[in-house]
Design a protein around this ligand. Sequence first.
Ligand code: FNR
Length: 384
Amino acid sequence: RHLRGVLSLEDCERRARRRLPRFIHGYIAGGVETNASLQANQDDFKAVPLVPRILRDVSARSLKSQLFGRPVALPFGIAPMGFSALAAFDGDVALARGATAAGSFSICSAASLTPLERVAAQGGSTWFQAYVPGDKARITALLNRVAAAGFDHLVITGDVPVAGNRENNIRNGFDAPFSITPQLLWQGATHPRWTIGTLAREIATRGMPHFENMEGKRGPPLFSRHLTRSTVARDRLDWAHLAFIRDNWAGKLVLKGVLHPGDALSAQDHGCDGIIVSNHGGRQLDGALSALAALPAIRAAVPQMTVMIDGGIRRGTDVIKAIMLGADFVFVGRPFLFAAATDGEAGVLHAMRLLAAEIDRDMAMLGLSSPWQARPSAATDPVI
Ligand code: FNR
């Protein structure tokens, strides 16, 4: 019922926008300052033309992918997003379950309001994204907890030394620590489906929201004075911390937020298994180049490495363009959170299927049997 008429990932946002209070919608949709990087993420995909090849037998198409030697049914997954449980009831589990049901996966966020153990056990998630504290004892506690929960892929987000300047959050009253303002109360009162169906249900089921996964332990509640805008910011973090993490993490290690080929090389030198080329969805440095614009030089710098990308991917053609320009796998953020806000796990699964169907249709029209055939190098399968 909630999904009737949701024909594309863009529709997920249109549908969720009506349901969500302005401060939640703005938190998800927004960027920073002038939104230049947010806009560039989408514009740069639009600017890449595709050249179809015709009269090729494309009757045996497949989206099957491989990441680090493990099969994935789709060439895309869900990027890590904090506060998901404020946008959708049990949002982190809904994202994880919807992705798993579609044969792919979501990355559990360090800034989630759901204990990572639940996201692993209930959602089947095996990828965890960490915001790493700058001291070794706390890093060790975090790594031990993440490994004990069963995660075997660790994503270190490197592009948040300080929080981005999210003016829209401040304007809308969505700022940590949360305080109850007349503006928030009004938004809650005028969006009863969210207030009752998401917020009240969340609090009734699991109590007041906390950051659950900071530094290997539970963090302060969202309404606490101790919660500052720098809760996730790590301005002390450097390559030596990454080397320490590599030495103490047995699973796959991925660095997220890479935009410079030199940083891609450093990640490789420090033993990372992969990188995610990303400008954080245009939510950190305004003016940072788009992930797509950064991709070709990075691919050239680390030809053997697993290179993934996120930012602005909304259509099947975008997924194919990212792969064509060198990505081994792509992640999509906002649309899936909007899908979860619209209809929970079913919404996420619906959105995963929409994007998969688009890729399949586009491949046929491009004369491709697999998305990896879009690579000029003509590699027919992922090389990873
Ligand atoms: C994010 N992103 C993010 N990244 C990260 O490493 N840790 C996090 O906790 C979050 N939190 C978060 C919340 C929300 C609401 C959004 C929209 C984004 C960034 C995210 O992982 C990803 O890089 C971008 O969202 C990708 O861009 P698109 O697909 O949203 O355009």
